[in-house]
Design a protein around this ligand. Structure first.
Ligand SMILES: C[S@@+](CC[C@H](N)C(=O)[O-])C[C@H]1O[C@@H](n2cnc3c(N)ncnc32)[C@H](O)[C@@H]1O
Length: 186
C-alpha cells in the first residue's frame, strides 16, 4: 500500500499525523460510511496500531452542515434507513483493515472509557450542533497525550471555528487553521 495521503476530510492534517510516529492510537469520532477512514488507513494505516471508528449510526439532524449550506430551509438530515445503510457500508469497508476497532456509541460514551493521556490522534467529525462540539472538545483534550494531535473538521463554518478559538484562549496554547480543519498539538 502506498503512502499517498489519499483524499479524506483530514486533508492537510495528514502530514502532521505522519510526524506523530508509529504505533498510533488513532480515533475518528463520527465515521459515517467510512470514506475518510479509508483514505486515512490506505495512506498511513501502517503507522496506526489501533484505529478507533466511533459512531452511533442513529438518525440525526445536522445543524452544522445545514449552517454550511447557508439555507436553513434545506435541512441536512439522515433517517434510520440512511444510517443503517451507512453502518453496513462502513463495517464492510473496515473488513479490509486489521487494525480497526468499531465502537457503535456516541463520542462522549467512547471518550468516557479512555484513559487520560492515552490517544495520539483525534479526528473530530461527530459534531452536529455547536453545543455538542463544545462538550466533546472538553472531553477530548484530557484523553489526548501531551504532544498528541487534535483535528477538528468543518471550521470553514464560522460558528465551528469560533468554538476552537474560544477554547484555544482557555488552553493557553495556539492551534492553527489549515483548509477546513483546525489543528492543535497538545
Ligand atoms: C459529517 S459525518 C462524518 C463524516 C466522516 N468523518 C467522513 O469524513 O467521511 C458526522 C457523523 O457523526 C455521527 N455522529 C452524530 N452524533 C454523534 C455522536 N454524538 N457521537 C459520535 N458520532 C456522532 C453521525 O452518525 C455521522 O455519521
Amino acid at each position: 500500500m502506498s503512502n499517498n495521503f489519499s483524499h479524506n476530510d483530514m486533508g492537510a492534517a495528514m502530514s502532521l499525523v505522519w510526524g506523530q510516529g508509529t504505533d498510533l492510537n488513532f480515533v475518528e469520532l463520527g465515521v459515517f460510511d467510512g470514506r475518510s477512514s479509508t483514505g486515512i488507513l490506505q495512506s498511513i494505516g501502517s503507522r496506526i496500531k489501533t484505529f478507533h471508528a466511533v459512531d452511533p449510526w442513529l438518525p440525526y439532524v445536522d445543524e452544522i452542515s445545514t449552517m454550511g449550506r447557508g439555507d436553513e430551509d434545506n435541512v441536512f438530515e439522515m433517517n434510520e434507513f440512511d444510517m443503517e445503510l451507512h453502518e453496513i457500508i462502513a463495517r464492510h469497508v473496515y473488513t479490509q483493515f486489521d487494525n480497526v476497532e468499531i465502537h457503535k456509541e456516541t463520542a462522549l460514551e467512547f471518550l468516557s472509557k479512555q484513559e487520560d493521556e492515552s490517544l495520539d490522534v483525534v479526528f473530530h467529525d461527530s459534531h452536529i450542533t455547536i453545543e455538542q462540539q463544545s462538550e466533546e472538545f472538553d472531553a477530548i483534550l484530557p484523553k489526548l497525550k501531551t504532544g498528541g494531535l487534535y483535528v477538528v473538521h468543518d471550521v470553514d463554518i464560522d460558528e465551528v471555528a469560533d468554538v476552537c478559538v474560544e477554547k484555544e484562549g482557555q488552553l493557553g496554547k495556539e492551534g492553527f487553521f489549515w483548509q477546513d480543519c483546525w489543528m492543535y498539538i497538545k
